[in-house]
Design a protein around this ligand. Structure first.
Ligand code: SF4
Length: 479
């Protein structure tokens, strides 16, 4: 018998610095389409209920993905752009937990009968800000209202801060039902850690990785960031040596987006310590080369995985999906997200919870889910979401399959987009024939620029800007 790995060649990506420099530098990350800046305040609780009742009525097997947001952190990392609350007063977490459990019960009642969960993710903030007992309690409540499939079938992941967990805690998390773990590392270099106020001894990270393996976690993922203050190509190379030796299953290499006008902690980063654009591109090129050489497959955007990891397998089988937590193997699942600021994706809508604790608590006190904004997708949105998903996850799009699934002629419907794609084809990012749009190896790193072609809302915002001067939403850099 021939293994899947032998049939399908490993995915690759090619770094082309001059091409990257020649393209627009910022754009959405497309964890959703339409992107979150298109959500409207006119969307509320009742619209969400409507979407859920549609999901209930459609019948069949529709497993859920559940996201739980724990917003608290003990200290602030200066590069952070997350929605978090930095406090050492752990009583705040106890209050939050009370409300979170109420929200879970309300969502559980709504999804009664169609409440099978195949994917659970705890993110933040710092999920391990909760104590062992609080986590036990929370998992019990989740299990009371949702049916979690068994450990073999389910993907149950948690983001862990290696600075704040012991070996025992890792074993306890496994016992509580988690089987995948994701660790924030960012950089092993002492000077970089000091410059971003995140002192994390290498031994603490390696101990957590070892403990996760011993405890039977099926996947260990590490997050790195390039572009941080004091980072150099040499220090990045040393960090990569250590990361590769630690042998995680997945590695995410994020670009640091310095947007101090949006994220207050970043004002404490000294701009003259930031690496230049050229140095950052050198770091990215280095990461790609080192991870490729170490046998990691490029999944897309910032993600690399071992060829046998579920993400890489799902990509080869065309089952990869992208949602608010990044890449996922559960394409069909509605995403139910609980906690302050969390974003759900149910049926044809996206909905977001209140962003402040007070607002979040007020809604729950009045007996309503804390949904404050969102969007109901039009058929055009659904079509474009499908195209963007295909390009981001598979790096290709079959035009014939698209025309069979949707009542359109691609050439007639996407005249403007085809012209824009021809420009990208001349630059070598894509190839186009009668049936396929395919992203080239060097186009893969610039996938956001390619997807932007199909973003109707972005196109309209740009038109409005050129006519009226209304400024565009600011996005992070595409590479
Ligand atoms: S990076 Fe993570 S741990 Fe650091 S402040 Fe942000 S959410 Fe908290």
């Amino acid at each position: 018998m021939v293994s899947t790995l032998e049939i399908h060649p490993v995915q690759h990506v090619e770094f082309d610095g001059s091409l990257i420099r020649s393209l627009p530098q910022s754009g959405p990350r497309y964890t959703s389409y339409p992107t979150a800046d298109r959500f409207s305040d006119s969307f509320g609780y009742k619209d969400y209920l409507h979407a859920v009742s549609h999901a209930q009525a459609r019948g069949g097997r529709h497993p859920l993905s559940l996201y739980v947001h724990i917003p608290f952190c003990d200290t602030v990392c200066y590069y952070c752009g997350c929605n978090k609350i930095v406090t050492k007063n752990h009583d705040k977490a106890a209050t939050y937990l009370g409300y979170l459990k109420r929200e879970i019960a309300m969502q559980g009642k709504l999804f009664a009968g169609v409440n099978q969960v195949e994917q659970l993710h705890f993110g933040g903030g710092t999920p391990t800000y909760l104590s062992d007992a609080q986590m036990d309690d929370l998992m019990q409540v989740i299990r009371r209202w949702f049916l979690l499939v068994d450990d073999e079938q389910g993907e149950y992941s948690i983001e862990v801060d290696p600075r704040s967990v012991s070996v025992e805690r890792i074993h306890r998390l496994r016992h509580q039902g988690f089987n995948r773990i994701s660790l924030g590392v960012q950089d092993f270099d002492d000077a970089v850690q000091k410059a971003v106020n995140r002192i994390q001894p290498e031994a603490a990270t390696l101990n957590v990785i070892r403990a996760a393996r011993d405890a039977g976690f099926r996947s260990v993922s590490i997050d790195l960031i390039y572009g941080l203050p004091k980072q150099t190509v040499i220090s990045m190379n040393q960090t990569l040596d250590k990361v590769i030796a630690a042998n995680p299953d997945r590695i995410a290499v994020y670009h640091y987006a310095h947007l101090p006008h949006l994220f207050k902690p970043q004002r404490r980063i000294s701009e003259d310590e930031l690496p230049s654009s050229d140095a950052k591109l050198d770091m990215l090129a280095l990461c790609i080369r080192r991870l490729n050489d170490a046998g990691y497959v490029y999944i897309g955007m910032d993600h690399f995985a071992k060829p046998e990891d579920e993400l890489a397998v799902a990509q080869r089988q065309g089952r990869l999906h992208r949602n608010f937590q990044g890449y996922s193997t559960h394409a069909e699942a509605d995403l139910v997200a609980v906690g302050v600021s969390a974003i759900s994706s149910v049926g044809m809508c996206y909905s977001q919870n209140a962003k402040t604790l007070d607002d979040y608590y007020d809604h729950l006190d009045s007996g309503e889910l804390p949904v404050v904004r969102g969007i109901t997708l039009s058929l055009d949105d659904v079509l474009r979401r499908f195209i963007i998903q295909m390009l981001m996850c598979n790096f290709e799009l079959s035009l014939r399959s698209l025309e069979q699934a949707y009542p359109i002629s691609f050439n007639a419907y996407f005249t403007r987009e085809i012209e824009a794609l021809k420009g990208l084809a001349e630059l070598g990012l894509v190839t186009i024939d009668d049936d396929w749009i395919s992203v080239t190896l060097k186009g893969r790193l610039l996938i956001r620029n390619i997807c932007m072609v199909f973003d109707r809302h972005l196109h309209e915002a740009r038109q409005l800007q050129s006519q009226t001067g209304v400024p565009l939403q600011r996005y992070s850099q595409t590479v």
